[in-house]
Design a protein around this ligand. Structure first.
Ligand code: F6P
Length: 368
């Protein structure tokens, strides 16, 4: 098969998620077995590119990693080469420098012909200027949040949904025994995909997502009604980005040196307190946190990740440049990687899942 690409660099950026290793394995094996190319793993995302930390990946290195969570290459969500944090000025303000040249030097020093970049919208934003500087890049979308624009699904999402569903299922028995409202806060940033899917799968009574701001009065009326009509408990699946109609998202911390400075978290606790105060029903919170990002990928995520990794190499070897692998209507495809940079795919208000959930009397905290 004629191709000029012989040395492929691969990196993983942003938060980790189950299935990344399955992509690395598929990329490495496809490149080596089908194209006799060599693959080089870049450590800790773009930081490894800036600091020239690279090592060759052989088929031995990727053997047995299909089932492992995390990423064998390490990752980083602090390093954006166009805005690289180098310290604070005398007033304590962060200083940022453009270090794209250092990335290009690393690529040249290691004679990399092309890069495969595995990441979310933040990683696509980092990859876009490197691609514009003339480096051939193919991107693979990843995140548990399922919010990458242009693809119907990202690997990691279904594993996170399965973990969250299991937690919500378990919460039923203790909620029932104590006649409580149990709020379970799940991840997702500004998108409600995990809460919507896990909430629906677990039969949660209330699902709160950022796309549908809630009224606390509506939630309280709903849980009180359930209490009085004999159910005696309520389960609330709450996205970390959920917010009240007249309120703000709850922020866990802000770090101006990070490409994405705001980390969400804490809405579950606020909500439980407010429900308890207003209704006198006991309420408790469980924050699932990083459990959702950890552990072995589900079979479906292993399959998707393997398809994405294989397709990325096939695209690269066929001469495609600066594209991102996508899955649309069950078909593998690709789009310009810049389309996904810095944007998020949110739950649309006409998503059929919302209609299905409402039909089985799920409360979204709005008045619909
Ligand atoms: O994007 C994945 C995600 O897990 C979000 O759901 C969450 O808000 C965020 O990452 C947490 O990021 P960090 O790794 O910086 O704590």
């Amino acid at each position: 098969m004629p191709t000029t690409i012989q040395r492929v660099g691969v990196l993983t950026g942003g938060g980790d998620c189950p299935g990344i290793n399955a992509v690395i394995r598929a990329v490495t094996k496809t490149a080596i077995y089908r194209y006799k190319a060599r693959v080089f793993g870049i450590e800790d995302g773009f930081l490894g590119l800036v600091e020239n930390r690279i090592g060759e990946l052989t088929s031995m290195h990727v053997s047995g990693i299909l089932t492992r969570g995390g990423t064998i290459l390490g990752t980083n969500n602090r390093c954006n080469p166009t805005r690289y944090y180098t310290g604070d000025d005398k007033d304590g303000k962060p200083i940022f420098t453009n270090v794209i040249d250092r990335c290009l030097e690393t690529i040249e020093a290691n004679r990399l012909d092309a890069l495969i970049v595995i990441g979310g919208d933040g990683t696509m934003s980092c990859a876009a200027p490197i691609a514009e500087a003339g480096v051939d890049c193919i991107a693979v979308p990843k995140t548990i949040d399922n919010d990458v624009v242009g693809t119907d699904i990202t690997f990691g999402f279904l594993t996170a949904v399965s973990t969250a569903t299991d937690a919500l299922d378990r919460l039923h028995s203790t909620a029932m025994s104590h006649h409580r409202v149990m709020v379970c806060e799940v991840m997702g940033r500004n998108a409600g995909w995990i809460a919507l899917h896990a909430g629906l799968a677990s039969g949660s009574d209330v699902i709160l997502i950022p796309e549908i701001p809630y009224r606390i009065e509506t939630i309280c009326e709903f849980v009180e009604r359930r209490m009085h009509r004999g159910w005696g408990f309520s389960i609330i699946a709450c996205a970390e980005g959920a917010r009240a109609v007249d309120g703000q998202q709850v922020v866990a911390d802000v770090d101006p040196t990070k490409p994405e400075p705001v980390r969400l978290g804490g809405v579950g606790q606020c909500l439980a307190q407010e429900i308890a105060q207003r209704t006198q029903i006991e309420a408790r919170t469980t924050v699932l946190g990083y459990i959702q990002r950890s552990g072995t990928p589900t079979a479906a995520d292993r399959v998707l990740a393997t398809q994405f990794g294989h397709h990325a190499v096939e695209l690269m070897m066929s001469g495609a440049r600066n594209r991102m692998v996508v899955m649309r209507d069950g078909q593998l495809g690709d789009i310009d990687l810049r389309c996904a940079a810095g944007k998020q795919r949110l739950v649309s208000l006409d998503d059929p899942l919302l209609a299905a959930a409402r039909a089985v009397r799920t409360c979204f905290g709005d008045n619909a």
